[in-house]
Design a protein around this ligand. Structure first.
Ligand SMILES: NC(=O)c1ccc[n+]([C@@H]2O[C@H](COP(=O)([O-])OP(=O)(O)OC[C@H]3O[C@@H](n4cnc5c(N)ncnc54)[C@H](O)[C@@H]3O)[C@@H](O)[C@H]2O)c1
Length: 357
């Protein structure tokens, strides 16, 4: 068991590794009431968990469409459900599902009676290495993703790599994109490990997964601990993401997986670093080889330089510049405040032409 200290009120978050899905609730004490907010599909795929929830006398609230139900209507329904079961401040919510459930359950936990106990059991790779770490909770509102939310940490995050066996390939790769991103912004040793263990990663070898997931969690946790409110180095977690948001915005009519856009976004950032002579050849070559070595399906992604840059312009938060995270070297990210949008469009036109060949 690891303990990670997050910077929000110096709160301690325990990371617990658990080998088998059947054992995920073993570290949960039984002297308070629990409600499991669960992805219905995950329960169907790991059927024994229903029995476990029942035997432990936990309340169960099932969510059939996690992203579709990450909104204020579901939030209110869950609040009413908890109230009808007389949940009070000392009781506990357990999230069991991917990032959409993690975000929704976190938002409920942080606001029900101004906050009750919260434990996460992230079941997708993306949720294990990204959404569960860093305390961001959210619901979507109108057409805007993650429009309403809070910062709130769970007391425990229970990581079980057996869940990852049932993810479909593209959902698995969706999470792997964040694992690769964490490695590229942190250290060449970790990148080398991903290259060396490529086959075990593809085959979802449980021991390898536990190792890379733990390492990835540690990377994000360290960054978040140093910069909980995203004033400084937490921005490096946006490596590939400024381009990715542009790509996602131009594919709204047939939405694509975020991780796939992030992989293309990282390729763009690496090529752009080379284009403006700010990254070394080894970084460029090695990183691109790693990104291309997995079977990401980009077939339905549409790329249009002008539209991507126009979406990136809208994305600019408080500044007049487009903030790009680039790599000087593997493990050395930096922020480029790009004001030359024409240069960006020209670069992207060229990138897209080569990408689509
Ligand atoms: N809070 C944060 O810091 C943060 C960071 C990144 C992403 N997010 C949020 O996370 C969400 C994306 O996460 P996600 O990709 O896990 O989405 P998700 O929860 O929608 O899960 C993706 C799909 O995988 C399925 N699934 C989950 N676990 C499974 C398992 N073990 N076996 C088989 N299928 C399984 C789900 O039913 C769903 O169909 C988005 O809502 C995003 O906004 C939050």
């Amino acid at each position: 068991m690891k303990k990670i200290l997050f910077n929000l009120n110096q709160q301690e978050v325990q990371i617990i590794n658990c080998e088998h899905v059947n054992d995920v609730f073993d570290s949960v004490s039984s002297d308070i009431k629990y409600c499991v907010l669960a992805d219905k599909k995950v329960l169907e795929m790991h059927n024994s968990l229903r029995e476990k929830i029942k035997n432990n006398n936990f309340e169960l609230y099932e969510i059939a469409e996690p992203e579709g139900e990450k909104n204020l209507n579901s939030y209110m329904e869950i609040i009413d459900f908890l109230n009808s079961k007389s949940f009070r401040k000392n009781d506990c919510i357990i999230s069991l599902g991917g990032g959409a459930i993690t975000d929704l359950a976190g938002f409920v936990s942080s606001t029900y009676m101004r906050g009750l106990n919260y434990i996460q059991v992230p079941t997708s790779l993306l949720a294990q290495v990204d959404a569960s770490i860093g305390g961001k909770t959210a619901v979507n509102h109108g057409n805007i993703k993650n429009f309403i939310g809070t910062f709130f940490n769970p007391s425990k995050i229970i990581i079980c790599s057996e869940f990852l066996k049932t993810l479909n390939e593209q959902e698995y790769l969706n999470g792997l994109a964040e694992v690769i991103k964490h490695a590229l912004i942190t250290s060449e040793n970790i990148v080398n490990k991903l290259i060396d263990k490529h086959d075990q990663i593809i085959n979802r070898d449980p021991a390898t997964l536990l190792e890379i997931v733990d390492e990835s969690i540690e990377i994000k946790a360290n960054i978040v601990t140093d910069d909980f409110t995203e004033k400084g180095k937490r921005k490096f977690l946006n490596f590939g993401h400024t381009f990715a948001h542009g790509i996602e915005s131009t594919n709204l009519s047939d939405p694509i997986l975020h991780g796939h856009a992030v992989i293309i976004g990282m390729m763009m950032a690496l090529d752009y670093g080379k284009y403006i002579n700010s990254s070394d050849n080894n970084t460029h070559k090695k990183s691109l080889e790693l990104l291309k070595s997995f079977n990401f399906d980009f077939s339905k992604i549409k790329l249009n330089a002008k539209q991507i840059v126009s979406a990136m312009q809208k994305d600019k938060k408080n500044t007049n510049t487009i903030n790009l995270i680039l790599l000087k070297e593997i493990g050395s990210p930096y922020i480029l405040e790009e004001i030359n949008e024409k240069r960006l469009v020209k670069f992207l036109d060229n990138f897209i032409e080569n990408f689509e060949k």
